[in-house]
Ligand binder design. Structure first.
Ligand code: SAH
Length: 369
C-alpha cells in the first residue's frame, strides 16, 4: 500500500526537525486542514469507523435534552442563552435534543444555537441534519468567539478527540513520548529528553514503574478552564460525556480505530481515528480551580437510567411492533450495559456553585488537588 499523504509529510518533517511529540502527531493526523481525519473522512456509522451514542439511539440526545432543560430550570431559566455543542459530528444529538426542547416553549424561545466544529465537511452535515427546525446555528472554530451571557454546553465524544501529550518514566525521570523513524524508515515511537521532574506527577497516581505512561490533555484542560470560568461569571452548564477514567492513573490509552477495529496508531496517518481516554479528574480539577461546582463523573449507564431512560424506552416502544420494540431494548443495552457503553463512558457536569443538576448523586464532588 502506498503511504498516505500525511505519512509523507510527517516523515519529511521528522527527517528535517527530528522526532515530533505524540501531541503534534495526533494533532496533525486529526486536524490537518487538507488530509486530517475529521476533515477528509466519514467517521460515523456502520460504514464508517465507529458508532457514537447519538448514532446508537435517538433516546441518547433526548435524555441529554431533558437534562439540559431541567438544569436550565434550576439555573433560574436564564434568557436568552447560548445552546452550544462542541464537536457535533453529524448533528444527530442536537437534532434529538431540539425535538425535546420544542416541547418547552420558554426554553426553545430563549435558545441561540452555536456549534463549535473545525471540519467544514462535518459542518455541512450538521447544517443538513438541522435544516428542518427553526433554530439557525452559528458555527465557530474555537470557543473564543462564543457570545457573552449564559451558556449551556454539550460535548459528547469531543474531549477524547483532542491531542494528548504522553510521558514515559525511564531512569527516574519522565520523557516525552515522540514519533520518529526506525532503521527501515518507518514511523516508530521513541523518547525525547527528560522534561518532567519526578515530583511533577500527582502522588495519587502511585509509584511509577519503569515504562509507566502518563497522559495529559493540554487542550482539553484549556477548554474546560475557559468554559468553567464562563459558567461562573455568566452562569450556565457544561456537560461532557466520554470514555475515560477518574484519574490520576498511569497507562497508554492512545489508540487508533478504523472500520470498528483497533489498528496501529502509526499505521495509516490520517486514515484512522486517533483518540485517548479522557482523564475526568484533570477536567474536574480545571473546573474547580476556575471556581465552578463539579458533578460526577458518574457512569453513563447510571446517569441515563437515573434520568429515566427505561421509562422513555417504554413509551417509545408502546405502540410499536415486536421488531421495533426489540431494537429499542437493544439500543438501551448498548447505552447502559456494563460491557457496552454503560461503564466505560462517564458524564461530568460543571455548574455555578450552589446548583445541583439532575442525574448526579448529591454527595460532594471531587476536591481539587
Ligand atoms: N459528538 C459527535 C461526534 C464526535 S467525533 C457524536 O457523538 O457523534 C468528534 C467531533 O469533534 C467531530 O465533529 C470533530 O470534527 C470535532 N472536533 C475534533 N477536534 C475538534 C476541535 N479541536 N475543535 C472543534 N471540533 C473538533
Amino acid at each position: 500500500m502506498s503511504p498516505t499523504p500525511l505519512e509523507h509529510r510527517i516523515k519529511a518533517l521528522v527527517r528535517l526537525n527530528g522526532p515530533m511529540p505524540v501531541f503534534d502527531y495526533m494533532g496533525t493526523c486529526l486536524g490537518d486542514p487538507e488530509h486530517g481525519y475529521y476533515m477528509a473522512r466519514e467517521p460515523f456509522g456502520q460504514a464508517g469507523d465507529f458508532v457514537t451514542a447519538p448514532e446508537v439511539s435517538q433516546m441518547f440526545g433526548e435524555m441529554i435534552g431533558a437534562f439540559v432543560i431541567e438544569t436550565w430550570e434550576r439555573l433560574g431559566r436564564p434568557a436568552p442563552f447560548a445552546l452550544v455543542e462542541f464537536g457535533p459530528g453529524r448533528g444527530t444529538l442536537m437534532a434529538d435534543l431540539l425535538r425535546v426542547a420544542r416541547r418547552v416553549p420558554a426554553f426553545f424561545a430563549a435558545a441561540r444555537l452555536h456549534l463549535v466544529e473545525t471540519s467544514p465537511r462535518l459542518r455541512a452535515k450538521q447544517a443538513a441534519t438541522l435544516a428542518n427546525q427553526p433554530l439557525r446555528p452559528t458555527w465557530h472554530d474555537r470557543l473564543d468567539t462564543l457570545p457573552a451571557g449564559p451558556l449551556l454546553v454539550v460535548a459528547n465524544e469531543f474531549f477524547d478527540a483532542l491531542p494528548i501529550r504522553q510521558f514515559e518514566f525511564r531512569g527516574r525521570a519522565w520523557h516525552e513520548r515522540v514519533v520518529g523513524l526506525d532503521d527501515t524508515g518507518g514511523l516508530a515511537f521513541g523518547l525525547g529528553p527528560a522534561t518532567l521532574a519526578e515530583g511533577a506527577v500527582p502522588k495519587e497516581a502511585g509509584e511509577p514503574q519503569d515504562g509507566a505512561i502518563l497522559e495529559v490533555s493540554p487542550v482539553g484542560v484549556e477548554i474546560m478552564t475557559a468554559l468553567a470560568k464562563r459558567v461562573v461569571t455568566d452562569r450556565g452548564l457544561v456537560v461532557a460525556v466520554d470514555y475515560g477514567y477518574a484519574g490520576p492513573a498511569f497507562g497508554d490509552t492512545f489508540q487508533a480505530i478504523r472500520a470498528h477495529t483497533y489498528v496501529d496508531p502509526l499505521g495509516r496517518p490520517g486514515e484512522a481515528d486517533l483518540t485517548a481516554h479522557v482523564d475526568f479528574t484533570a477536567l474536574a480539577g480545571a473546573a474547580i480551580r476556575a471556581g465552578a461546582a463539579v458533578h460526577g463523573p458518574v457512569e453513563q449507564g447510571d446517569f441515563l437510567l437515573g434520568l429515566g431512560l427505561a421509562e422513555r424506552a417504554g413509551r417509545l416502544g408502546a405502540d410499536k411492533d415486536e421488531t421495533t420494540r426489540a431494537d429499542i431494548v437493544s439500543q438501551v443495552n448498548r447505552l447502559v450495559g456494563a460491557e457496552e457503553m454503560g461503564s466505560l463512558f462517564k458524564v461530568l457536569a460543571v455548574t455555578p456553585p450552589g446548583i445541583a443538576p439532575p442525574g448526579f448523586p448529591l454527595a460532594p464532588g471531587p476536591v481539587a488537588p
